[in-house]
Design a protein around this ligand. Structure first.
Ligand code: AMP
Ligand code: ZN
Length: 448
């Protein structure tokens, strides 16, 4: 049994999937116009751990994890204009960086990686449906969601309406009926990217993207919806309202929000400037293992203060564990300590999971199994997550049984447009003497 703190109910709820053969989870992904800082990596790592737990509980092939890419946004448009290139140049560049950075932290590509720009028809259909049901209105080239027509608005973030209006920093606009009404569609100037619509050439608002992509890829009601605390309002409040009004069904059974990572005294944030990039930390010599374990050292709902002292302490602990494991044969690793799995099943209690690992220090097989379960990239793969495993690849040359799994992982990465990951798998196989050939019937391999 897995229990998770549900922002909607403000308590730990038992996870009861709508269909245990197809457990669905959606996490709001990055807006791709810049490099990720380590705060952005916190939700990626936390929900990667949750995904591994779900796969453990419900079985590989019974969990569908979607994490979107927001590839149309005013900040993207501004960045493209500043460089004098198309937005696709910007979005492809920073999506690749994102996947490479997260991959270095052992974050496996999601099963589905919907892109806003390829889901416009689903958004247009949803907006039209909301208008038809009286939950949205067109005005002055815009389409707005009518907050007053949804009495439950504010249920997720539990804020009074005046505070929500202030919090949303919603601009006063003459075409709005209510100050909290938010944009579903807005007009594009001739020099801005846009799509034709019944309301004129324009582009979607941010919130409708996720609602439409969730319905399209996962279904009307999903099991888990996640993201950082800053997304609770207005983003998730608006997603919830749109989807509930469009479908007459709840968007998610459980809503999860990770707390902020801070540096100095405030939340790490690009606009405040107190950021350190994942790539910068890696270049400074911190391994993906150290960074991932540091991110997991605090409970995901608690604040996490990012300091060199924390990293030093985690590195020392990992070095000690690595010495215990020594050259312990990877093939004979034990399952993770039961106490570790139990801790994760209790609202992803990673500090308790790390304590369970410390208790297992005398047993290198269990230690190794536990570190792998947590997804540390340097400690071997588990249930099909296509992570980088130097030792696994080293043995590949003599053991061809694993090659099909690697090819499947690479195919999944390519499908998710995670080319950094797919190339990495190809290169590592090549290093082990296995050459891949892509043909119309799929990928085949031969010894080089
Ligand atoms: P963004 O690209 O800014 O939309 O952020 C991507 C994800 O990172 C969202 O889920 C944010 O909530 C999350 N996030 C951003 N900053 C932090 C932070 N300092 N600590 C934890 N999560 C964050
Ligand atoms: Zn979203």
């Amino acid at each position: 049994m897995i229990r998770l703190y549900n922002t909607l109910s403000r308590q730990k709820d038992e996870l009861v999937p709508g269909d245990p053969a197809r457990v669905t989870m959606y996490v709001c992904g990055p807006t791709v116009y810049g490099r990720s800082h380590i705060g952005n990596a916190r939700p990626a790592v936390v929900f990667d751990v949750l995904r591994r737990l779900l796969v453990h509980e419900y079985g590989a092939g019974h969990v569908v994890y979607a994490r979107n890419i927001t590839d149309i946004d005013d900040k993207i448009i501004a960045k493209a204009a500043a460089e004098g290139v198309g937005i696709d140049v910007i979005t492809r560049r920073y999506e690749d960086f994102y996947l490479a950075d997260m991959g270095a932290l052992g974050v496996a590509p999601p099963d589905l990686a919907p892109h806003a720009t390829t889901s416009i028809p689903a958004m247009l259909a949803m907006i039209a449906g909301l208008i038809a049901k009286g939950h949205a209105y067109a005005a002055d080239g815009h389409v707005l969601f009518d907050v007053a027509a949804y009495p439950d608005y504010g249920r997720l973030s539990r804020r009074p309406l005046d505070e929500m209006i202030a919090g949303a920093r919603v601009e006063v606009a003459p075409y709005k009926r209510g100050p909290a009404d938010f944009v579903l569609w807005k007009p594009s100037a001739a020099d801005q990217p846009g799509w034709d619509s019944p309301w004129g050439r324009g582009r979607p608002g941010w919130h409708i993207e996720c609602s439409a992509m969730i319905a399209e890829g996962l279904g009307e009601t999903i099991d888990i919806h996640g993201g950082g605390l800053d997304l609770q309002f207005p983003h998730h409040e608006n997603e919830l309202a749109q989807s509930a009004c469009a479908h007459g069904a709840p968007l998610a059974r459980i809503w999860m929000h990770n707390g902020f990572l801070s540096m100095g005294t405030t939340k790490m944030s690009k606009s405040l400037g107190n950021v350190v990039g994942v790539d910068e930390l890696l270049a400074a010599g911190w391994s993906g293992d150290v960074l991932r374990l540091a991110l997991l050292s605090a409970h995901y709902r608690q604040p996490l203060e990012w300091t060199d002292a924390l990293l030093d302490q985690i590195r020392a602990r990992l070095d000690r564990w690595r010495r215990r494991i020594g050259d312990f044969a990877a093939g004979t690793r034990a399952p993770p300590p039961p106490a570790l799995v139990a801790a994760l099943a209790d609202d992803l209690n990673t500090p308790a999971a790390l304590a369970a690992l410390a208790d297992a220090e005398a047993d290198p097989a269990a230690l190794l199994g536990g570190l792998a379960f947590l997804g540390l990239p340097g400690f071997a793969a588990d249930q099909g997550a296509p992570a980088a495993e130097a030792d696994a690849v080293a043995t590949l040359g003599n053991d061809t049984r694993g090659i099909d799994d690697w090819i499947a992982a690479r195919t999944a990465a390519r499908k998710a447009r995670n080319f950094a990951e797919s190339d990495r798998i190809r290169d590592e196989l090549a290093a082990a003497g296995i050459l891949l050939e892509d043909g119309p019937q799929g990928t085949t391999w031969r010894r080089g």
